[in-house]
Design a binder for this molecule. Structure first.
Ligand SMILES: Nc1nc2c(ncn2[C@@H]2O[C@H](COP(=O)(O)OP(=O)(O)OP(=O)(O)O)[C@@H](O)[C@H]2O)c(=O)[nH]1
Ligand SMILES: [Mg+2]
Length: 205
């Protein structure tokens, strides 16, 4: 399998949407609660230990981090700042909300969103709030229930079913999978799906 994820390289961190690379080509963004495991999932996807910085303290990824899959930057992965960390000052939280909201509303090269949720507590109120934004501006959605190594196989299956029902209740079409960055479970499924997204949407520039 052609695997562009292995070639991923950090481009920049943007504190404002205006600092992002030109809005052309194709982007896939990783979103989720603070500490859910977004950066770890990105690293596992790309087969790299420290491409995206993994947090020791929640709320570490505060900027929109951009990774390119080719030197020309036509296809990109985006690590969004996590939402929902209680201990950040309200002003900073408001900044993140604006940043993510603006990015999701306005970014035309964004073809799909990967929503990362901790399998021990998926579909929190904040995840639902993010999904509301998607309902207003539909895009492909893939839900990854990560840290599956922390629960039994039975519990993983139960949470997957609950999350699927929750998405259906919101009227959202989505694909779902369980995942473990630690055990590298589900990495190939994620790679295969994202390759389909990238292949079906060649850059329009
Ligand atoms: N057991 C286990 N731990 C994980 C897994 N994925 C992430 N973690 C741990 O969860 C913590 C948060 O992981 P990150 O990848 O930094 O989470 P994040 O969503 O990027 O967090 P922010 O950038 O703060 O929003 C770290 O201590 C990781 O080591 C997993 O699949 N299994
Ligand atoms: Mg992170």
């Amino acid at each position: 399998m052609h695997n562009p994820f292995r070639e991923a390289e950090f481009v920049l961190g943007a504190a404002r949407v205006g600092q992002l690379p030109p809005d052309a080509g194709t982007e896939i963004a990783f979103a989720g609660r603070s500490n859910a495991g977004k950066s770890s999932a990105l690293n596992a996807l790309c087969g790299r230990r420290a491409l995206a910085r993994v947090s020791r303290t929640p709320g570490r990824t505060q900027e929109i981090n951009v990774f390119r899959l080719q030197p020309d930057g036509r296809q990109r992965l985006i690590d969004l700042p996590g939402y929902g960390y209680a201990r950040v000052p309200p002003a900073q939280r408001a900044h993140w909300d604006r940043l993510i909201g603006e990015y999701l509303r306005e970014r035309r090269s964004l073809v799909g969103l990967v929503l990362i949720m901790d399998i021990r507590r998926p579909m929190t109120d904040l995840d639902r709030a993010l999904l509301d934004w998607l309902a207003a501006r539909p895009r492909r959605l893939h839900v990854v229930l990560t840290k599956a190594d922390k629960v039994s196989r039975n519990e993983a299956g139960r949470q997957l079913l609950l999350a699927r029902r929750g998405l259906e209740a919101l009227g959202l079409e989505a694909t779902l999978q369980t995942f473990s960055a630690l055990k590298r479970d589900g990495v190939e499924d994620l790679q295969g799906l994202l390759l389909e997204w990238l292949d079906s949407t060649p850059g329009q520039d």
